[in-house]
Design a protein around this ligand. Structure first.
Ligand SMILES: NC(=O)c1ccc[n+]([C@@H]2O[C@H](COP(=O)([O-])OP(=O)(O)OC[C@H]3O[C@@H](n4cnc5c(N)ncnc54)[C@H](OP(=O)(O)O)[C@@H]3O)[C@@H](O)[C@H]2O)c1
Length: 195
């Protein structure tokens, strides 16, 4: 796959490095080469700070692209982590009409993608995906598997805001030294039966 990654920072390099190792072609979009990276990619990843999104999305024609949004609108709040914005992926979809937006890769630190470890306590790392377009979700599922993780379809783009909130909440726990993973029972013990 040809993947344009907007941004050349920590997340861009972590994801791009993994995909490059899996055989994909990567072009990074730095400030002066955003348009070239967008034109190059069948899939385009937004790996910039949330405050940069409006400007970035105005700099090229993203029409027809699968757009992966891995951003988090984190803001510090008295030593904790909160969101400066509630529904970034939905705003991305509004700013870039004609694209197929998938929220993904916003939960784990870049260091996780840089490391080779994918199985923790016997379970493969899962990557929730939120998006409305089936073909785009299939493309992103392939990219998740190429990073040796397990994709999980988690609903439409209207649920991406929960994924964004989950990230802020979980990161807040981690930064406080609490194991967020311990707060959730495994599926078989979750009594996950709709009423
Ligand atoms: N790091 C993580 O562990 C992690 C995990 C999950 C999600 N995320 C999300 O991923 C996104 C990127 O995070 P990061 O850690 O990779 O940040 P980063 O290392 O600071 O890199 C940010 C990149 O965005 C570029 N950029 C900033 N403002 C720009 C603008 N106005 N126009 C064009 N490019 C601009 C920077 O370019 P310059 O170098 O020229 O400033 C840099 O290449 C953020 O939304 C973050 O919330 C990060």
């Amino acid at each position: 796959m040809r993947i344009g990654i907007i941004g050349a920072g920590h997340m861009a390099r972590a994801l791009g490095g993994g995909w490059s190792a899996a055989g994909h072609e990567i072009r990074y979009g730095r400030r002066d080469s955003i348009r070239a990276a967008v034109e190059f990619g069948d899939v385009v990843v937004l790996a910039v700070p949330v405050p940069a999104l409006t400007e970035v999305l105005s700099q090229a024609d993203f029409t027809g692209k699968t757009l992966i949004d891995c951003t988090n609108a984190f803001e510090p709040d008295d030593g904790n982590t909160v969101l400066g914005e509630d529904a970034v992926a939905e705003r991305v979809a509004m700013l870039a009409p004609g694209t197929r937006v998938v929220k993904a890769f916003n939960l784990c630190a870049a260091e996780v993608w840089e490391s080779a470890e994918r199985v923790f306590e016997g379970r493969r790392l899962a990557v929730p995906l939120c998006g409305d377009d089936a073909s785009a979700l299939t493309q992103v599922e392939e990219l998740v598997r190429d990073l040796k993780a397990e994709p999980v379809r988690a609903g439409g783009l209207n649920r991406a805001r929960y994924l964004e909130a989950m990230s802020a909440f979980v990161v807040g726990l981690w930064f406080a030294g609490a194991d967020a993973r311990a707060a959730l029972p495994p599926l078989e013990a979750a009594f996950a039966v709709p009423d």
